[in-house]
Design a protein around this ligand. Structure first.
Ligand code: IPM
Ligand code: MN
Length: 358
């Protein structure tokens, strides 16, 4: 009997619905091909629905979402909604409430995709960033005092508990063991590089470094490296081939994955997953709502399709996930560019190309 997975589909705003449409088309076809069942429930959340109802994420909906196998998210954001409301009220709230403590961001340059780094190709740009997704500066501790005076003080604290660090690093070591270069048959060893700022954030990295060594002792098959975050930005451009699996705290991970995204061809191709290994995970294209291209059938759906592949893989349906990735790799050489309106095809045509490759 084929297994049924329940997916909450949340297309959101802007070009979100257009790319999620293509993603659904592709995951449905993969499901049929590999004998799995996807039961999709549509949720209308985002800027439009907030402006209409005054509510970002009703508690009842949050409760419902806990009953799904995964969430498939397009993009949220609206020009008429103050920055922060949707980010904090929807995206970050889902990450926190569903305890999606890992943000998994593969950095993979697909064949023929234009890379802004000279002399680097798919062989050099092929690594994964594991971003801690529940703590750090995103915890939201801080405030303003003596506001409006010259003595005004603004604080925003970076905080981590031992548990948060430990579970993140354990996930990263497991991931490196399973998907590192050696495990994938393309290298001599599996390497996990921790990225931080131990020369300045001394308290933070006393904890992270200690736990890195402690958890790492359980993984003799994974080689450990450490790099400062500023140097990492330099290496990601100068010698991206040195990275295999990278793990880092929340804000550093946010920043370096935008840099990583452009090295893989931009936000049109970059996919990510907010993972709770024991709960409900949420998959999304990393890009935003692209208001300029909304409704024009011009946006690149590959990131959303890639996020769909990650979702199937997270269900344990690796064959289906890999097949979609292979179909993306067959599609990129046919495209003129990965940028909106310059692909040589429309959004729906790109979806069709992936479908036929599949
Ligand atoms: C991301 C985004 C979010 C983040 C914003 C929209 C809150 O930049 O997913 O990388 O900072 O995590
Ligand atoms: Mn970001």
């Amino acid at each position: 009997m084929s297994k049924t997975y329940k997916i909450a589909v949340m297309p959101g705003d802007g070009t979100g619905p257009e790319v999620i449409n293509e993603g659904c088309k592709v995951i449905d076809a993969a499901a049929e091909k590999f004998g799995i069942k996807l039961e999709k429930t549509h949720y209308d959340l985002g800027g439009e629905s907030y402006l209409r109802t005054g509510e970002v994420l009703p508690d009842s909906v949050l409760e419902e979402l806990k009953g799904f196998d995964a969430i498939y998210l397009g993009a949220v954001g609206h020009v008429d909604v103050k920055p922060g409301i949707l980010e904090k009220g929807l995206l970050l709230k889902l990450r926190f409430e569903l305890d999606q403590y890992i943000n998994l961001r593969p950095v993979k340059l697909y064949p023929s995709v234009e890379c802004p780094i000279k002399n680097k190709g798919p062989k050099e740009i092929d690594y994964t960033v594991i971003r801690e997704n529940s703590g750090g500066l995103y915890t939201g501790i801080g405030g303003l005092s003596r506001a409006g005076t010259k003595d005004e003080v603004a604080t925003q604290q970076m905080m981590y508990t031992y548990d948060q660090v430990e579970r993140c690093l354990r996930y990263a070591f497991e991931y490196a063991r399973q998907y590192g270069r050696k495990a994938r048959g393309i290298g001599e060893k599996n390497t996990l590089a921790m990225v931080g700022k131990s020369n300045v954030l001394t308290f933070m990295y006393e904890l992270w470094n200690r736990v890195f060594a402690e958890v790492g002792a359980d993984y003799p098959d994974v080689e450990r490296e450490y790099y400062h975050v500023d140097a990492t930005c330099l290496y990601m451009v100068a010698c991206p081939e040195m990275f295999d699996i990278v793990v880092t705290e929340n804000m550093f991970g946010d920043i370096i994955t935008d840099l990583a995204a452009i090295t893989q061809g931009g936000l049109g191709v970059a996919a990510g997953g907010n993972i709770n290994p024991n709960g409900v995970s949420m998959f999304e294209p990393i890009g935003g709502t692209a208001p300029m291209w909304t409704g024009k059938n011009a946006i690149n759906p590959l990131a959303a399709i890639g996020a769909g592949a990650m979702m199937l893989t997270s269900f344990g349906e690796e064959e289906a996930g890999c097949a979609i990735e292979a179909a993306i790799a067959e599609t990129t050489p046919k495209m003129k560019s990965q940028m909106a309106d310059a692909m040589g095809y429309t959004t729906t045509e790109i979806g069709d190309l992936v479908l036929s490759a599949l």
